[in-house]
Design a protein around this ligand. Structure first.
Ligand SMILES: [Zn+2]
Length: 451
């Protein structure tokens, strides 16, 4: 099989931060010298392991564009973002800006210009939500103008190589007029409208749609998906609904669409923004590798790997492993993982490398075998709150938490023996520290559930 043409990373700007970011509402989008260093390190690894793009959310705003748009870019921020984009160009990584379409980023604009929205509720992740204030209305002409102004700003004033659209994550307008439209019909209309504008006015810009909150499992929606896809480079089925439909459903959809079709790997493992960087270690090569292979066999040609800090060993290893699989979809997971292990830990012999690969697969099984089926977003800590949150990923284990703890104790002992035969001592001891910290979180969880 050929390499997937769209080999992407994806993140909020501080998901790759080498130190925790705290003290503000998620998502924290601070940009400083450390941000630039973190992206420089990430892009170097990304280039070496075959990625060719990244979608970054929060280059300029979190929940709200300022009404004048311009003031979101201070001179300091401008310098950092320009340098990240330049580093991307230098390393062959196209930087897309994540961009909300009618939702995500419009809270202040809606407050200042209420004519862009209708306060009649919204439809969000399968249910009606009475409050609005986040979603503009497709039937308000002023909303279309704001959307276009923001696209122009991102392309002309910032100079991104691509735009990663998202219209569904925070729901869509469900006013008396909009609700006449089916959900996919609505999303196709808003995305196609914005995408056609980009194609007309900024034809050099790459375009994708991320399907958080959208449906990909109804054949009746195919024409709507096609309408949106005709303007796009790729579209991602975030929670793999088309694959879960079974049979040859996804293959049929892939053939039907005029743009590349992609996945995030089924389980989207989102790094914690506010935790110390050595607090977790949850490799998932088997899970993601199997997903990439099936995607490629179905004709899928795009993948977005959720990026994380490179000074956390899970991301240090997984970023490499996934990059290898995207360029070599025929590779066995063991082969891709072995190459990543050689690069990160530098084992003394091929036998030690192979044992480390098996060990990583055992660590994956110790967690994921208890929480199957694994779909959608997997958070380590809650996304709400200002400071480091509790280890909610352990809650998914339910009554298997004790079994997980026993298994992780055994695996840590095994790793300590193997790590003696690794030349990269610093990275080996970092993994050991992560394993110790996982045990501390397990102990906290156990103690906490008794009270
Ligand atoms: Zn509406």
């Amino acid at each position: 099989m050929i390499p997937l043409p769209h080999r992407m990373l994806l993140d909020w700007i501080n998901d790759v931060s080498s130190s925790p970011r705290k003290g503000k509402r998620w998502p924290i989008i601070d940009a400083d010298e450390q941000t630039l260093r973190d992206y420089t390190d990430l892009f170097r690894v990304a280039r070496d392991w075959g990625y060719n793009g990244i979608t970054i959310w929060g280059l300029y705003v979190d929940h709200a564009w300022p009404v004048d748009l311009e003031s979101c870019i201070t001179p300091q921020r401008r310098r950092i973002i320009d340098a990240i984009l330049e580093e991307g160009r230098r390393q062959g990584i196209a930087v897309y800006s994540g961009l909300g379409v009618y939702t995500w980023g419009f809270e202040e604009i809606i407050r200042a210009h209420p004519e862009v929205a209708r306060n009649e509720g919204r439809w969000c992740w399968g249910r009606f939500v009475e409050s609005n204030g986040v979603a503009m209305c497709y039937h308000q002409p002023a909303a279309r103008e704001w959307m276009r102004r923001i696209i122009d700003f991102a392309v002309k004033k910032i100079g991104v190589a691509g735009l990663g659209f998202q219209s569904a994550d925070q729901g869509r307008c469900y006013c008396s007029q909009c609700k006449q439209l089916g959900h996919m019909q609505y999303h196709a209309l808003v995305n196609a409208e914005a995408a056609a504008y980009v194609r007309r006015h900024h034809p050099h810009v790459k375009l994708s749609v991320s399907g958080w909150g959208m449906n990909f499992n109804e054949e009746a929606d195919f024409p709507y998906l096609k309408e949106m896809a005709q303007h796009l480079d790729f579209i991602t089925d975030v929670s793999d609904q088309a694959a879960d439909k079974g049979g040859d459903f996804r293959r049929k959809l892939v053939q039907y669409l005029p743009c590349a079709f992609g996945s995030l790997g089924g389980a989207v493992v989102v790094p914690p923004q506010r935790w110390e960087r050595d607090r977790w270690f949850l490799p998932h090569a088997q899970l993601t590798g199997s997903n990439i292979r099936h995607l490629a066999l179905d004709g899928g040609r795009a993948f977005e790997f959720f990026a994380g800090p490179m000074n956390n060993p899970q991301y240090d290893i997984m970023t490499r492993c996934v990059g290898r699989l995207l360029t070599h979809p025929d590779d066995a997971v063991e082969r891709a993982l072995g190459l990543a292990v050689e690069d990160v830990l530098v084992p003394e012999t091929s036998a030690v490398r192979d044992s480390l690969v098996q060990w990583l697969l055992d660590v994956e099984r110790a967690y994921f075998s208890h929480i199957a089926p694994v779909r959608g977003q997997l958070d380590f800590e809650p996304l709400v709150g200002d400071h480091a949150g509790p280890p909610v990923y352990l809650d998914r284990l339910g009554d298997k938490l004790a079994a997980f703890a026993v298994e992780m104790t055994r695996l840590q002992q095994q790793f300590q023996l193997l790590s003696r035969q690794c030349r990269q001592k610093e990275k080996a001891s970092l993994i050991d520290r992560c394993l110790t910290n996982i045990q501390k979180d397990v102990a906290w969880r156990v103690a906490n559930s008794k009270t």
